[in-house]
Design a protein around this ligand. Structure first.
Ligand code: CAA
Length: 257
């Protein structure tokens, strides 16, 4: 499959999507979003793929939605065209998706990273929601997901001032799971994704579903959801294999059944 705005690769059970519009700092054009969606469709359908990494360049994960493309949109273009909704494909991915962020993750770039399951940040990463400087507000989840990650005070300040957060502040405030030296970012992201891909895929997918459910429901309902999934895992071959391997002091060979 030929792509114009991304590079798609896979190894060791991990799918890698590299955003590739260097001249526009990986601005998220509609073509780029459509191509990311297509690549995700391919990885979801490929039973050899157990986890996915989305990354950008050293300078920019992505500098936001493509301002040149959207600047002349009318309200009806945005509303009837359902602008931004196709981006949801990333959040709806059933397999785990890691964002490996170096450089700028601004506006839609920060929002795209937050749609992934967790963010690994290079020490060069900079996160921000500068939409206010363009006369708009975040439109792909920035005012909602960022608030859940970092709390109201910091999210409000970032959305209202457009201030950027560096990697240290992003880690301290819970936006990213870890900081990695920039030169090691891709290797570390691929290693982390491979670790996940080596586990049982259905168990990984259910675990992802359960953690995500905690954002969308009450604690009581979430705990019930978790308990039901946990019980259902005793119907899998992989639970039998995983526990037998522990008892027999060997490495588990999961069959995704
Ligand atoms: N859309 C389109 N083009 C962009 C872009 C964007 N979001 N961000 C950068 N570019 C382009 C620039 O126009 C420039 O192109 P030309 O060479 O053709 O002029 C090229 O990328 C390089 O950018 P700069 O020269 O500006 O690079 P810099 O190093 O001086 O600055 C930057 C880097 C601080 C990231 C700056 O480019 C910038 O502020 N970009 C815009 C960030 C932004 O406002 N993002 C939010 C977009 S709105 C949004 O995302 C809405 C939403 O919630 C969905």
């Amino acid at each position: 499959m030929a792509y114009d705005t991304i590079i798609v690769d896979s190894r060791d059970g991990v799918g890698l999507i590299t955003l590739n519009r260097p001249k526009a700092l990986n601005a998220l054009s509609s073509t780029l979003i459509a191509e990311v969606s297509k690549a995700l469709d391919g990885f979801e359908a490929d039973e050899k793929i157990g986890a996915i990494v989305i990354t950008g360049s050293e300078k920019a994960f992505a500098a936001g939605a493509d301002i040149k493309e959207m600047s002349s949109l009318s309200y009806m273009d945005a509303y009837l065209g359902d602008f931004i909704t196709p981006w949801d494909r990333v959040a709806q991915c059933r397999k785990p998706v890691i964002a490996a962020v170096a450089g700028y993750a601004l506006g839609g770039g920060c929002e795209l990273a937050m749609m992934c399951d967790f963010i690994l940040a290079a020490d060069t990463a900079k996160f921000g929601q500068p939409e206010i400087t363009l006369g708009v507000m975040p439109g792909a989840g920035g005012s909602q997901r960022l608030t859940r990650f970092v709390g109201k005070s910091k999210a409000m300040e970032m959305c209202l001032t457009g201030r950027m957060m560096d990697a240290e502040e992003a880690e301290r405030s819970g936006l990213v799971s870890r900081i990695i030296p920039a030169e090691d970012l891709i290797d570390e992201a691929m290693k982390t994704a491979k670790k996940i891909a080596d586990f049982s895929l259905p168990i990984v997918m259910m675990t992802k579903e359960s953690v995500n459910r905690s954002y969308e429901t009450t604690l009581k309902e979430g705990l019930l959801f978790e308990r039901r999934l946990f019980h259902s895992m005793f119907a899998t071959d992989d639970q039998k294999e995983g526990m037998a391997a522990f008892v027999e002091k060997r490495t588990a060979q999961f069959s995704n059944k």
